[in-house]
Design a protein. Structure first.
Ligand code: SF4
Length: 417
């Protein structure tokens, strides 16, 4: 959903929040929410990964999926009680971890719970993240039968040497077979993830990865620059000198290469790392409907261990460890670990730096109407410096990142934190 549309569909008197924690989740925003479902299991940990994951164990996965269905029941009932009807949802996103590692029937049970306890719209976008090493023909058929209509495939690289270095469990052949199998099964909305700036990656290697990805004509591409996070194996490897430090200048060149190659191939860059193929159907956008919720201040509810939620005013996060999450849901229906109520300024500043990720930027007048904040008056001096550094533009009433600003976005976002 475009930012401007979001603002248009947001009433001014439609947020009713109370201080009582038991009733602070009132959802009265007339923007349709999304559901995120976290499946934490992975065959093994990739070297760069700092997500909340755990080793795949069949018995635990079965109990976990039951717990997620129970948590969906809890939240569906709670929100329906506050709204006097089931809450409408138009996106469901299975993320992880590796959602494709669990039995398809387990995901179908979770989806059935979503449909029972939320009002899932007929045209809902339902995405599953897939690791190519975990695919089977039976799973594909069962996913489609359950209503999953979008596949986000974690390719990361088409070069086996890079996949081995990342400790991925698939090879390039499996990646290609996965896309072919998804197409043959009838998936019409496929997104591929690639990572740029891997240790020892050359421009030639990245060019090859881009070329292979674009040849497949996925509907969507998520192309991320590698971030080395503390606590990951890669972080330790670099610290021990086993791998070179990432080269920022090279990363900038790889980013420029991806923007140029995708544009030439007919993809629209709509977010810092996300590119959508121009749709053949005039009114159908191939942007990620679910991820747009994060960038456009739309509520989303996260189910599963470590999942985050936002209802328009409160943010909360579930308990991280898988076993503890299962126990907590069994005891109390939900598994909130921590929650925070945003004040007006926090809500506005978060909305700014999330919306700035989008290429279309922010309509300043509409923002002022919605959030009561004049961005130029509040951050004028800092924004002027960013404009001088060619990181942002303010034109025709819109604040946007420039191409250079998208590469150095964290510098701009610092203004608002
Ligand atoms: S498959 Fe994804 S979630 Fe699992 S360890 Fe690798 S990067 Fe992390």
């Amino acid at each position: 959903m475009a930012w401007k549309q979001v603002l248009k569909t947001t009433g001014k008197d439609n947020r009713i929040y109370r201080n009582n924690p038991e009733s602070c989740y009132t959802f009265s925003v007339n923007k349709i929410a999304g559901l995120y479902i976290h499946i934490p299991f992975c065959a093994r940990k990739c070297t760069y990964c700092n997500f909340n994951t755990t080793d795949f164990v069949e018995g635990l996965a079965a109990r976990y999926c039951q717990a997620v269905a129970a948590e969906i029941h809890y939240w569906g009932q709670r929100l329906a009680k506050e709204e006097s009807s089931l809450l409408p949802i138009d996106t469901i996103y299975f993320g992880g971890g590796t959602p494709s590692i669990v039995e398809a029937e387990q995901l179908a049970t979770i989806l059935a719970a979503c449909r029972r306890h939320f009002q899932v719209t007929a045209d809902a976008e339902i995405t599953i993240e897939i690791n190519p090493a975990t695919l089977s023909p039976q799973k594909l058929t069962a996913w489609l039968a359950a209503g999953i209509n979008r596949a986000s495939v974690g390719i990361q690289s088409f070069l086996d040497s890079e996949l081995i270095a990342l400790s991925r469990t698939h090879d390039s052949q499996q990646a290609l077979q996965t896309i072919a199998a998804l197409r043959a099964a009838g998936f019409q909305n496929i997104s591929l993830d690639l990572i740029a700036g891997l240790p020892q990656q050359t421009k030639t290697n990245w060019q090859y990865n881009l070329h292979e990805a674009l040849l497949l004509r996925p509907e969507h591409l998520s192309l991320y620059l590698l971030e080395v996070k503390e606590g990951t194996q890669l972080f330790s490897q670099i610290k021990r000198g086993q791998r070179p430090q990432p080269d920022d200048d090279l990363a900038a060149q790889l980013y420029e290469m991806m923007c140029a190659a995708t544009a030439e191939a007919g993809y629209e860059q709509y977010e810092i790392s996300n590119f959508a193929l121009a749709s053949r159907a005039p009114k159908k956008s191939l942007r990620s409907k679910h991820n747009l919720k994060y960038w456009s201040d739309t509520p989303f509810y996260g189910m599963g261990c470590g999942a985050h939620s936002y209802d328009g005013r409160m943010r909360w996060v579930n308990t991280l460890p898988t076993e503890t999450y299962v126990e907590q849901v069994a005891a109390q229906g939900q598994a909130i670990h921590e929650r925070r109520r945003l004040d007006d300024t926090e809500r506005a500043t978060e909305a700014i730096f999330m919306a700035l990720r989008l290429t279309e930027g922010i309509d300043l007048a509409a923002f002022r109407d919605e959030y009561g904040m004049d961005i130029l008056a509040t951050y004028g001096a800092e924004l002027e410096r960013s404009a001088d550094a060619e990181l942002i533009t303010i034109e025709a009433g819109r604040l946007r990142l420039t191409a250079r600003g998208r590469l150095l976005s964290n510098e701009v976002f610092m203004i608002f934190v």
